[in-house]
Design a protein around this ligand. Structure first.
Ligand code: C5P
Length: 239
């Protein structure tokens, strides 16, 4: 068990700590919830434990399908050990249907199925009220990634979308969109951060009810129950 050291980063749903091993970090998943860039805050009881379990599940699934990622192992109900990456300063959003900021930006109707997945890059750690949407040339100008790295990130993001969409379909959940982050680790690009109802839109396949953070954002109620339901369906697959 590595010794936990200083806080490296605190996000809306988790804290990341250094350890006495420079190659490893510990992620602590919080119950706190945040939306609209911090304008709305609250607490979803049990969310930290559920997200820790969902991340273990999805990172393991992705690794089995060839997507290298930072996950090492769960330490306890709320904490996991991960490889300590040098995080890229941008996130990737992948969308299969129109929702959220894509609706605001394009005015396409919420729920419209996209003929092919839409990929977006947004900058992290800005103090803007909206996620700053950028294209590949901005990222080159910022020296945030090389063309080869970005090509790899695009390829892996599409692969993650294909793997997760198919897996979620089996448990009657439609993957509407998600956000992922990548980091560099010993010369490789690794999927890092988290994939959970905090960072993805999961709709029940039949009813199209959201089973994710949108329940909190939009005051739809039963937020903790929706997170539990996602985990319950994943566990039911026996994977
Ligand atoms: O808000 P938007 O439609 O751009 O979000 C797309 C996806 O990215 C959603 O699944 C949302 O939960 C996720 N997201 C995130 N962190 C942000 C912004 C969006 O995980 N800061």
């Amino acid at each position: 068990m590595p010794e936990i050291r200083e806080l490296i980063q605190e996000g809306k749903g988790k804290r990341v700590y250094a350890t006495d091993d420079p190659d490893l970090a510990v992620v602590y998943y919080k119950d706190e919830a945040m939306a609209f860039h911090g304008l709305k805050r609250g607490r979803i009881i049990g969310k930290g434990e559920v997200n820790n379990a969902i991340c273990e599940h999805l990172f393991t699934l992705l690794r089995e399908h060839g997507v290298e990622n930072h996950f090492v192992r769960q330490l306890d109900a709320r904490q996991s050990l991960v490889l300590r990456c040098e995080m890229m300063p941008f996130a990737v959003k992948v969308r299969n249907r129109v929702a959220g900021s894509m609706h605001v930006r394009t005015r396409l109707p919420v729920g419209m199925k996209l003929d092919e997945p839409v990929l977006e890059f947004t900058l992290k750690d800005t103090d803007m009220e909206q996620d700053a949407l950028v294209n590949h040339t901005h990222l080159y100008a910022m020296k945030a990634a090389t063309p080869q790295e970005l090509e790899e990130i695009r390829r892996v993001s599409r692969q993650i979308n294909a793997i997760l969409s198919e897996y979620m379909r089996e448990i009657n959940i439609e993957l509407i969109d998600f956000k992922v982050e990548f980091g560099r680790y010993k010369g490789k690009i690794l999927l890092a951060d988290e994939i959970s109802p905090d960072t993805a839109r999961f709709w029940d396949s039949k009813t199209h009810e959201p089973l994710d953070i949108d329940r909190f954002r939009r005051d739809l109620g039963d937020v903790a129950e929706a997170y539990q339901e996602v985990l319950h369906r994943m566990m039911g697959t026996g994977f």
